[in-house]
Design a protein around this ligand. Structure first.
Ligand SMILES: C[S@@+](CC[C@H](N)C(=O)[O-])C[C@H]1O[C@@H](n2cnc3c(N)ncnc32)[C@H](O)[C@@H]1O
Length: 481
C-alpha cells in the first residue's frame, strides 16, 4: 500500500509521519540552479514546446523562510546540527547556498526522527553542495553512521571550459544508528566482466546478465561475482529513453531499484519526501515495499497516479492533501492559484500549459487533444477559473483564444457556478460538427460537476500525448526478489 501526499514535506513529515516508522529514505531535493524546470509533454506532432510549464521553482533564497528554518535547527535540541549550521552561516553568510543548507538541515532532522533505529537514508545531490551536505549528515546522523559516498556516473555531452566535464552525481548513504549494525543491507553483485562471460559461455551468462541490480543467484561459479562498488555507471534518462515521462529531473529506475534492494526488504516502508514523478514509489511498488511519497506540486502527484496506473493497473493508493470535495478545492484555490489550475486541469485529463510566467499565452491553462475521425488530431483549449466572481467576459475571452489558436473547442472549468449570461454566451458559440456527431464548441464544467464524474463531451481523446510508463509484467517482482 502506498501513500501519496501533496504538500510541503516539512509540514507533512511533522504532522503525518510517525517517529521511527520508516525503514529507508531516499531524497533527491531540487538544488538552487536558479532555473525553473520545464515539464515537457509530448504534443501529437512530436514537438514538446507546445505544452510546457514550470513544475516547480527551483530556487532557494535567503529570506524569512530560510531564517525560520535556521532558527528551528538552533532550537531543535540537536546541538551538533545547530553548531554545524551556525559555523556554515558564519563562513557562507546569508546567501542562496546557506538558504538551501538551512532548509535541508531542518528537513534532515525530521527524516532522522521518522527513521527506525535500523533505517538508512540516501541523499542524492550534485557536487555543488555535496561537501556541505556530507558535513550536515555527519552532524545529524553521526560520523560513525556514514556508510558510502556513491558516485553515480553517466555519459552526457556537455562543454566544460577549463575543467573536466562533470558527469556524475553524489549519493550519500547513512544509517541511523550503531555504525550501521542492524540496518538492512543486502549485498548486491556486479555483472561479470566480458572476460568472465566468455569463460562461462552459454546458459550461465543469461542468468547473470539480465541486470546488474539483482542479488547474486546460486550459480555454480559464484566466486566470479564481485560485490558492488560505490561507483555506479547507469545511463541518465536521455530524451529518447523509453522510461522518460517528461519530468525534468526524473531519475533512472535502475538506480532506485538498486538502492531499495540494498537497504530494505519486502514489506519495509520506503519514503521519498521529494518524490517528483515517482521513480522511488514505482521501484518500491515493484519490489513489494510499502511506500510514502511527498511532493509540493500537483503536477507531480497527478503524474505519479498515472505512472502507477500504467505500470501496475488499478492499485490502491492513499492520496492525501489533494482536494476531495468542493471545500478542499476552494481552500486550494485560495492558497495557491497555480496549484489549483494544475490540479483542475488534471481532472479533465488535459495537458497543463503555462505556469507562473505565462506571458503571451495567457488564457490557456491546458490542452485536450482528440481525434474526431480517429486519424487527425485536433485540440481544445482549457481555461480554469478559481475565483468567486465569474462573468460573461470569461466566455468571450475563451472564444477568442479558441479562434486565435485555431482550436476546435474550449472548456471552461469554474469553481463558482456560472452566471446565466455565461451559459447563454456559451450556447451561442454553436457547435463543432464532425462526421460522427456535434459537440458544444464552448463547454462549462464546474468543479462540483467534475467531482460528480462529469467530463468534457469530446470525440476520441488522444491519450498518446501522455507518455506512458511501461507496464510492469506480473512475475517480474517475484523474479527480482
Ligand atoms: C529533483 S526533483 C525529484 C525527482 C525524482 N527523484 C524523480 O525521479 O522524479 C525534486 C522534487 O521535489 C519537489 N519539492 C521541492 N520542494 C519541496 C518541498 N518543500 N516539499 C515537497 N516536495 C518538494 C519538487 O516539486 C520536485 O518534484
Amino acid at each position: 500500500m502506498g501513500t501519496l501526499y501533496y504538500g510541503d514535506n516539512l509540514t507533512i513529515l511533522r504532522e503525518q509521519v510517525k517517529e521511527e516508522s520508516v525503514d529507508l529514505v531516499y531524497l533527491d531535493p531540487p538544488f538552487n540552479s536558479n532555473a525553473s524546470y520545464n515539464v515537457l509533454f509530448k504534443a501529437p506532432d512530436g514537438h514538446e514546446s507546445h505544452a510546457q510549464m514550470e513544475a516547480f521553482e527551483d530556487t532557494w533564497h535567503w529570506n524569512e523562510t530560510a531564517e525560520k528554518a535556521f532558527d528551528e535547527v538552533m532550537q531543535s535540541g540537536n546541538s551538533d546540527a545547530a553548531e554545524m549550521l551556525r559555523a556554515m552561516r558564519s563562513f557562507l553568510h546569508d546567501n542562496d547556498m546557506m538558504a538551501y543548507l538551512a532548509m535541508m538541515a531542518v528537513r534532515l532532522l525530521e527524516l532522522h526522527r521518522v527513521l527506525k533505529q535500523t533505517g538508512s537514508l540516501y541523499l542524492h545531490c550534485d557536487p555543488t553542495a555535496s561537501h556541505y551536505l556530507k558535513i550536515l549528515l555527519d552532524a545529524i546522523f553521526g560520523k560513525r553512521n556514514y556508510k558510502n559516498e556513491i558516485i553515480w556516473c553517466y555519459r552526457k555531452w556537455s562543454v566544460a571550459a577549463g575543467q573536466f566535464v562533470r558527469n556524475h552525481d553524489d549519493i550519500h548513504f547513512v544509517t541511523k544508528s550503531g555504525g550501521g549494525g542492524g540496518a538492512a543491507f543486502n549485498v548486491l553483485y556486479t555483472d561479470p566482466s566480458k572476460g568472465t562471460m566468455k569463460r562461462w559461455k552459454g546458459q550461465k551468462q543469461q542468468a547473470f546478465f539480465e541486470d546488474g541490480v539483482r542479488k547474486a543467484t546460486s550459480l555454480e561459479n559464484e566466486t566470479a561475482q564481485s560485490p558492488m562498488p560505490d561507483w555506479w555507471e547507469i545511463s541518465i534518462i536521455n530524451p529518447n529513453a523509453v522510461e522518460r515521462l517528461g519530468y525534468p529531473t526524473q531519475k533512472p529506475q535502475t538506480l532506485l531499484e538498486r538502492i531499495i534492494q540494498a537497504s530494505s526488504n519486502v514489506g519495509d516502508v520506503v519514503l521519498d519526501p521529494f518524490c517528483g514523478c515517482g521513480t522511488t514509489v514505482h521501484a518500491a511498488q515493484k519490489l513489494k515495499r510499502e511506500w510514502i511519497g511527498i511532493d509540493i506540486t500537483h503536477l507531480a502527484i497527478s503524474l505519479i497516479q498515472k505512472r502507477l496506473r500504467d505500470a501496475f493497473g488499478p492499485i490502491p493508493i492513499d492520496i492525501r492533501g489533494t482536494p476531495k470535495d468542493l471545500e478542499g478545492a476552494v481552500a486550494l484555490a485560495a492558497q495557491d492559484k497555480y496549484q489549483f489550475q494544475w490540479w483542475a486541469v488534471s481532472l479533465v485529463d488535459a495537458i497543463p500549459y503555462g505556469g507562473k510566467k505565462k506571458g503571451a499565452d495567457s488564457g490557456i491553462d491546458g490542452f485536450i487533444y482528440f481525434k474526431p475521425d480517429g486519424k487527425i488530431t485536433e485540440k481544445a483549449i482549457v481555461s480554469v477559473k478559481g475565483g468567486e466572481n465569474v462573468g460573461v467576459g470569461m466566455i468571450r475571452d475563451l472564444i477568442a483564444v479558441v479562434d486565435r489558436e485555431k482550436a476546435k473547442m474550449g472548456v471552461l472549468i469554474s469553481l463558482a457556478e456560472p452566471t446565466a449570461p455565461m451559459k447563454k454566451e456559451a450556447i451561442a458559440a454553436g457547435f463543432y460538427k464532425t462526421e460522427y456527431g456535434e459537440y458544444a464548441k464552448i463547454q462549462i464544467l464546474t468543479v462540483e460537476q467534475l467531482f460528480a464524474g462529469h467530463k468534457p463531451d469530446m470525440p476520441w481523446i488522444d491519450s498518446t500525448v501522455f507518455k506512458k510508463a511501461k507496464r510492469e509484467m506480473k512475475g517480474t517482482q517475484e523474479k527480482l526478489l
